[in-house]
Ligand binder design. Structure first.
Ligand code: SAH
Length: 389
């Protein structure tokens, strides 16, 4: 087994179960290749943890075990999957929801690997070449532990030689329909990096529907397949969905249709969010609830946008077209944008704009997206409902 020696002073962090192995903490890592297993030892050579090499952002790899004699093999993966499955008992048994996360990376013990269940069709996501090297063992374990109709995979790392797609079982014809909190959505597990829905927002969608939709005009920017619009449309006066991508229109219309809502009764714009803000302002359009759930980075012909630098502009644009006593739902899934920093941007932007406001609900990930107690970035989702008085 290869070993990697920690720099002086870095031991406590790993003894305290920090799961991400950071390159800067290791004295010498040139000998470590993607997919290698290695022991992390302190500068006295004493064992601390077993990890694998899987480079992602600033990480060199992830800790898998704290027991030197624990082998990383099929039974090891089976044990972790069994535990993860047990913790999802609730989601397997509730009515009205058949899509949820089965295994959430470091939160369930293996950074760089997630598994989602879309009504029996499983999606594995590999976040590094390193974790992909364990593909055979992980698949064997997965097939033993989880029930499934089919298995698909997506590569979340850059490697032109490997394309994701169908792996096992009976492939469905896409789109398939899944249900979440009694609302239906179209899903395609074999079409680009996204699937049609972001499962991590399920509680936020529910909250929007139950508390912020009733008889309101709803605006949803960066709407993608319209998931927030569809869930709100049930109670809302009307919904408006805005997304730059052409494909968003048919996908959103189909999701409305699945839920018995005539798509023609709702507004859908294929447009840049900032252009829409201008358009709405010129036309005196006002909204009672505005949903802002952008990607971390976005680019269009004219400019680039980064949530870390430009969130204030999204808030100010929304503020201009927010009806009196309206609510903004502000979200970010950027793991480097902490809740504290995000709240600060929200507060400072609204204070500088001279408006009174009230934070109504601050939400994060649902239980199936299990997070790691000693690794803050695993709580990447932030969703704040803020009422402007
Ligand atoms: N809020 C969505 C997920 C957003 S995914 C949901 O709840 O499902 C990001 C979306 O932002 C993509 O559909 C992309 O087309 C869109 N997008 C990126 N840049 C944009 C821009 N400048 N204006 C509007 N939409 C944009």
């Amino acid at each position: 087994m290869k070993t990697a020696t920690l720099n002086k002073g870095k031991e406590t962090k790993y003894l305290n179960q920090y799961p991400l192995v950071e390159a800067d903490d290791i004295y010498d890592h040139d000998h470590l290749k993607e997919g290698d297993l290695f022991y992390i030892v302190n500068d006295q050579g004493i064992y601390i943890a077993t990890a694998y090499v899987g480079r992602q952002h600033k990480g060199l790899g992830w800790v898998l075990s704290y027991e030197q004699d624990e082998e990383i093999n099929i039974p090891f993966f089976e044990r972790l999957f069994e535990l993860a499955k047990e913790e999802r008992t609730y989601f397997y048994n509730i009515d009205g929801t058949n899509a949820f996360r089965l295994f959430n990376g470091e939160g369930d013990g293996i950074g760089g690997l997630t598994i989602d269940n879309y009504n029996g069709h499983l999606l594995i996501q590999w976040y590094s070449k390193g974790i992909y090297k364990f593909r055979y063992q992980i698949l064997e374990a997965l097939k033993t532990v989880f029930d499934y109709t089919s298995i698909f995979e997506k590569m979340r790392f850059k490697d032109a030689e490997i394309i994701g797609g169908f792996v096992e079982g009976v492939a469905p014809e896409f789109p398939i329909v899944i249900e979440e909190n009694f609302t239906f959505y179209n899903i395609d597990l074999d079409d680009g990096p996204m699937t049609g829905i972001f499962l991590d927002q399920k509680e936020v969608r529910k909250k929007l529907k139950e508390h912020y939709s009733d008889n309101r005009n709803i605006l949803n920017v960066f709407s993608y397949t319209g998931a927030f619009s569809v869930v709100a449309a049930d109670n809302a006066k009307n919904t408006t969905s805005v997304d730059l991508a052409n494909r968003s229109r048919p996908l959103t219309e189909e999701n409305f249709g699945l839920n018995g809502i005539d798509p023609k009764s709702q507004y859908i714009y294929v447009m840049d969010t900032f252009d829409f803000y201008g358009y709405a302002k010129r036309h005196d359009l006002f909204y009672d609830t505005i949903v802002v759930d952008p990607p971390s980075f976005a680019r269009n012909k004219k400019k680039t946008f980064s949530v870390l630098k430009d969130y204030d502009k999204l808030i100010l644009g929304a503020l201009d077209i927010l009806a009196p006593n309206g609510t903004m739902l502000l979200c970010t899934n950027n793991s480097t944008f902490s809740l504290k920093a995000f709240k600060k941007v929200v507060k400072e932007t609204l204070e500088n704009a001279g408006v009174a406001y009230e934070l109504q609900d601050v939400m994060g990930l649902p239980k199936d997206f299990k997070t790691h107690a000693h690794y803050k970035p695993s709580k990447y989702l932030k969703a704040i409902f803020v009422k402007v008085l």
